[in-house]
Design a protein around this ligand. Structure first.
Ligand code: ADP
Length: 298
């Protein structure tokens, strides 16, 4: 064990996920606050155990990235589960932030800051041969200073070869790229890095629209409906002309290219005018304003 659970005091539940619960905890001695993710590995389901070790492996490999939630160690719990000690992101996830706003869309400059920071996170991951495979607003966390970081590596993967197509079906199907959704039509062979870019584009678009962007508001995300809009629709056209700047529409178009070969890489996207350095201060200020507007209200 890298720490003892008794060193920490539970403050409240931050969220629930697939196989566990995330708590806000305080170190008794230093009063420092962390997030503690308890994964219920003490079940007959061996896949959860494998998943948590994979997540820890990835978090360790990603250590040093300041756009990935920081990992401080793991420890067993008295009930035989595994607890991961993580950096506490006190603004919560971007999907929770959208909910707190009553699903009011994020303004474009704030989205530029989200996109830029998430791209920096993906750049750090991809340069370490890590693919996330479940990028969505619920897995992008924010802190009170407006920093956005990537979390939840439960279905992430370290690629052993430089281009090791991912075969297994993982992640949340709504954010899957066309080539992953319908891998048969694409020969089961796809670029897993490009799939992360698609999901990021869709996540940013969701924050712009205030709801899952490929279906009407409130529509059920069932498999058949998703298949039609992801594989036969034009996701990149989900933003009506006039509803967004040409830079933003262009950026989304580069992320949401249906053909993965034409989709921009993370490195290319970091040079896109929408996230360009010239507007960095302005966009980060817009994101902070949005965040504090919500924090003051709640
Ligand atoms: P799972 O892998 O079980 O889906 P996640 O890691 O996605 O769990 O966490 C579930 C939720 O808990 C997140 O959507 C978020 O609201 C909250 N959460 C997770 N990690 C943190 C953190 N480091 N700081 C603050 N909140 C967090």
């Amino acid at each position: 064990a890298e720490f003892r659970l008794s060193e920490f005091e539970k403050l409240r539940v931050l969220g629930h996920g697939n196989g566990g619960t995330v708590y806000e905890v305080r170190h008794r001695l230093t009063a420092a606050v962390y997030a503690l993710k308890v994964v219920h590995t003490n079940t007959a389901d061996a896949s959860l155990r494998r998943q948590v070790y994979r997540e820890v492996d990835i978090l360790r490999r990603a250590a040093g990235s300041d756009r990935v939630v920081r990992f401080h160690g793991m420890a067993p719990t008295p009930s035989g589960d595994v607890a991961l000690l993580l950096e506490h992101m006190d603004g919560g996830s971007l999907d929770a932030l959208l909910r707190r706003r009553g699903y009011r869309p994020f303004p474009e400059p704030a989205l530029a800051a989200v996109a830029r920071q998430a791209l920096l996170g993906l750049a750090d991951l991809h340069s370490r041969q890590i693919v996330h495979r479940d990028i969505k607003p619920a897995n992008l966390l924010i802190n009170a200073t407006g920093e956005v970081k990537i979390a939840d590596f439960g279905v992430g993967k370290v690629l052993r070869r430089s281009l090791d197509p991912c075969d297994s079906y993982v992640g949340t199907c709504a954010y899957m790229s066309p080539e992953r959704f319908d891998s048969e039509s694409y020969g089961g062979d796809y670029d897993p890095y490009a799939a992360d870019v698609w999901s990021l584009g869709l996540a940013v678009l969701e924050l712009h629209r205030g709801h899952f962007p490929l279906l009407p508001k409130g529509a059920r995300l069932d498999w058949a409906a998703l298949m039609v809009v992801i594989c036969f629709g034009e996701a990149a056209r989900a933003v009506p002309e006039g509803a967004a700047s040409s830079e933003f529409r262009g950026f989304l178009g580069c992320c949401l290219q249906k053909e993965s070969r034409k989709r921009w890489s993370v490195a290319e996207l970091l040079g896109h005018p929408f996230v360009a350095a010239d507007y960095r201060a302005e966009s980060e200020k817009a994101l902070q304003d949005l965040l504090h507007e919500e924090m003051d209200e709640s």
